[in-house]
Ligand binder design. Sequence first.
Ligand SMILES: Cc1cc2nc3c(=O)[nH]c(=O)nc-3n(C[C@H](O)[C@H](O)[C@H](O)COP(=O)(O)O)c2cc1C
Length: 296
Amino acid sequence: MAYTRMSDANEITARYMDSIYFEQRLIDSVVADTSAEFWGEKFDSPVLTPAFSHIGRLNGRELSGLEEYSIAAKNCNILNFCGMMENDMFKKIADTGARTVRIVKPYADNGKVRDQFAYAESVGAFGIGMDIDHIFGENGLDVVVGEEMAVQTTDMLRSYVESTKLPFVVKGVLSVADALKCAEIGAKGIIVSHHHGRLPYAVPPMMILPEIKEALKDKDVKIFVDCGIESGSDVYKALALGADGAAVGRSMMPSLEKEGIPGVEKFLNNVTSELRFVMSCTGFKNVCKIDDSALY
Ligand SMILES: Cc1cc2nc3c(=O)[nH]c(=O)nc-3n(C[C@H](O)[C@H](O)[C@H](O)COP(=O)(O)O)c2cc1C
């Protein structure tokens, strides 16, 4: 049979995650508690929504898909994320009452970056951040929906951190080098991610997670992970390998499209229920206690 090259980071990531297995530790185990804490606030689960954008009204419903999943996040009491959008859309998301981290693009128009951060803070964002993995495109700097992106230096990122009282999250960290820079500038969180496979042959986020965790062990930085996460087992693997929380992504889309708010709630609750089951079956009572000792 001919050997087929595989450069797609989504596929590489899925294969890596599927190569990780659990042992069982049932005796003396109890029903696990999935609650999590981020920056001093409590949530019912370490499952996070993805930083999505460009999802309009689905199936003729009244609210945009972005508002719908934000409401579901609020109802499930989990941390919510959103991505590229103008301020009027972010206001609608803030108005859902979900505790939301707004991820702003690395726009070439730096005034727009700063305006979006300041606006997010003024209307009650829970956190702000930037997806640095959209800086480059195949023709040099990226252009996203007609908007030009720009290089982001350590000093620029530091200035964003210093401009806000909110936790600042850098999304698209996929090396110890970048993780250490994020810690150095005072970011309060990172999302270990290849942004659903932008970089060919990108290392699976969960493969590099233990190294990043070790590098940040004395730093006050929450480590989140995304890409390919679709079940409680996936979230468990992320936590066992060093994450504090894990975001579902495109796996949420079918539920969102079909059933909107109740569909996403059901999906998120199922992910958390499976996480609880795997934690219970592997002998971990609390999310913050999970380590890699039950992984094969
Ligand atoms: C429709 C859609 C829109 C997205 N928009 C953004 C965005 O604006 N900002 C961002 O940081 N990530 C964005 N992402 C990437 C997700 O936040 C996440 O990193 C990615 O989907 C994770 O991979 P997965 O889908 O395999 O789980 C988007 C993804 C999708 C599918």
